[in-house]
Design a protein around this ligand. Structure first.
Ligand code: S3P
Length: 434
């Protein structure tokens, strides 16, 4: 188990390249595997979560070369070409891998069991199993959680008209992947805007799909044709440096070629509302996804009431936004963010507990928290085995007046291998504890 230690006094500077986008990486492996032909992926995130997706596709007979420096070659097996796995598919820590795979396998007429680590084994899976059963899938969960068993069906799946009661790209994507093997059209209505990487990539693989104003329509039975995918740098990883620099006067950084899909840029909007100096440069589109350089000059931030409509657009960035809020003058309030309780950890409790240990006044409510900005002190905090909690409290070293020790940071490698090295290189006084 490795702990991180971060010392006060750092500033972030320089041009920073963060690894590839996790969401786009998972989808490129899954769609490449199901396509007809050879898909070349570049910029792939070689984090443990994506490696779990690659291993799962390999154990269902997909030949994949790599990853090698972000390059992956996938020899697609085509519609109906997956073979039944001989043993359970271990999705490790990854909710995205598990939920999307449940959708992808729902109509494959095979037996498959999906398992995960302790964190994933406590996360809700009925949210995907239920709509997929309505489509005709035979899926069992363990009291709502993994292991998830996918059982053969002796009839095909049908499209579904589904009203999502949670703004979740994972549920939406699971239904879309199941629809690939279904008869009829699926129409999905979302209560809030969520990331549209599946929609964009399905289009890139030659499918017809429409989405606008929180409604997606997708006709079943369409075939995927192999293509080349370039994965942009992950804005959720960049966010640690964006927020870190934004809240530290004297910091000045540029994040290079980051994915700025408008369904993911809530973190920039929220930090700007807090007074951050952030500019976007060199915006262009690569393989269907907008990409840009993000430039930040550090300043003192102010607390805000985070607008509800920005919550789903920044859902993975709340740990680091909580650190920014702790550095700000006044109070920052988050509401409508109950989904944070079922991420890799309960991120509301994880951030409230850690910030309180560092001397910040925080009030927790069921769907959010109020953070009263102040001076962070040193102390020992728990990552709750959550990669984003570990990285958020590491960045907190920039604004603390004493050493912070963050317990159990092994899972940083699920989304951001090399975080420690990169953060150190650009000015964070961080190291692995002895
Ligand atoms: C993801 C969607 C989000 C996000 C997760 C990745 C995806 O989850 O938190 O890290 O790739 O679709 P929900 O859609 O369940 O909110």
């Amino acid at each position: 188990m490795s702990d991180f230690e971060v010392f006060p006094g750092g500033l972030l500077t320089g041009d920073i390249n963060v690894p590839g986008d996790k969401s786009v990486s998972h989808r490129s492996v899954m769609l490449g595997a199901l396509a007809t032909g050879i898909t070349h992926v570049s910029g792939l995130l070689e984090g443990e979560d994506v490696l779990a997706t690659i291993a799962a596709m390999r154990s269902m007979g997909v030949h994949i070369n790599g990853p090698d420096q972000g390059n992956l070659t996938i020899y697609g097996v085509g519609h109906g070409g997956l073979k039944q796995p001989d043993s359970p598919l271990d999705m490790g820590n990854s909710g995205t891998a598990m939920r999307l795979l449940i959708g992808l396998l729902a109509g494959q007429n095979m037996n498959a069991t999906l398992i995960g680590d302790a964190s994933l084994n406590s996360r809700p899976m009925e949210r995907v199993a239920k709509p997929l059963r309505t489509m005709g899938a035979n899926i069992q969960t363990n009291e709502g959680c993994p292991p998830v068993k996918i059982l053969p069906i002796n009839h095909g799946l049908n499209g579904i008209h589904h009203d999502l009661n949670i703004a979740s790209a994972q549920i939406k994507s699971a239904i879309l992947l199941a629809t690939l093997g279904a008869v009829g059209v699926s129409v999905i209505d979302e209560p809030g805007v969520t990331r549209d990487h599946s929609e964009r990539m399905l289009q890139g693989f030659g499918c017809e799909i429409t989405w606008a104003r929180q409604r997606v329509s997708f006709r079943g039975g369409q075939k995927l044709v192999a293509t080349n995918v370039h994965v942009p740098a992950d804005i959720s990883s960049a966010a640690f440096f964006i927020a870190g620099a934004a809240m530290t006067p004297g910091s000045e950084v540029r994040l290079i070629k980051v994915g700025v899909n408008p369904t993911r840029t809530g973190v920039i909007d929220i930090l700007r509302l807090m007074g951050a100096d952030i500019s976007i440069e060199n915006e262009h589109v690569v393989a269907g996804e907008p990409v840009a350089d993000i430039c930040i000059i550090g300043t003192k931030l102010q607390g805000v009431d985070i607008p509800h409509e920005l919550v789903s657009l920044a859902i993975d960035e709340f740990p680091i936004l909580c650190i920014a809020a702790a550095s700000a003058s006044g109070t920052t309030s988050v509401r409508g963010a109950e989904e944070l309780r079922v991420k890799e950890s309960d991120r509301i409790t994880a951030m409230a507990t850690g910030l309180q240990k560092l001397g910040i006044e925080v009030a927790e409510v069921p769907d959010g928290l109020d953070i009263h900005g102040g001076q962070l002190q040193g102390g020992i905090v728990d990552s709750f085995t959550d990669h984003r909690i570990a990285m958020a409290f590491s960045i907190a070293g920039l604004i603390s007046d004493g050493k912070i020790t963050i317990r159990d940071c092994n899972n940083v490698g699920t989304s951001f291998p090399g975080f420690l090295h990169l953060a150190k290189k650009h000015g964070l006084q961080v190291r692995v504890a002895e």
